[in-house]
Design a protein around this ligand. Sequence first.
Ligand code: HEM
Length: 146
Amino acid sequence: MFSLINLHRRAAAAVVIALALGSSAFAADKTLYDRLGGKPALEAVVGELWAITSKDKRINKYFANTKPEAFAGQLVDFLCEASGGPCKYKGQDMVAAHTGMHLKNKDFDALAQNVVKALDKFKVPAREKKEVMTMLGSLRSSIVNH
Ligand code: HEM
């Protein structure tokens, strides 16, 4: 019965250690949303993204008629939900939101570069930065060439 008893002992020990450390010790248990710092962090990053993008001559023509507060609110809700946060995004899906803009890969890349700059300004760690960029990258085909 060596193995079963040992297995039970190990499992019990793991539970004790987990309780002693507290669940926050396990970064992998936390959503990307939590690890980024929740809604205040997303608001800060989106605010910076707007500051950079509205001055970016490569792509700011697309946002000529955009109301910054309303757009930022939608983007925060979208990112919050997509990163496992408690928000409910109520805007259009990504294809519908960008249809008619005829965005190209270079436009997407320009915005993605601005996202990296905004994440860097707030010193978002490499792991979270990679997860955000992977998540945004997965949306490329919904956003480009529509
Ligand atoms: C992964 C990248 C992107 C994400 C997650 C994203 C997300 C969003 C969201 C959530 C909205 C709001 C839709 C609504 O209110 O129903 C939106 C609208 C918009 N997006 Fe994007 N977008 C991305 C890429 C881009 C790019 C590359 C451009 C142009 C260079 C762009 C230009 C716009 C514009 C002009 C609007 C309309 C803003 C307005 O309400 O005036 N987006 N996007």
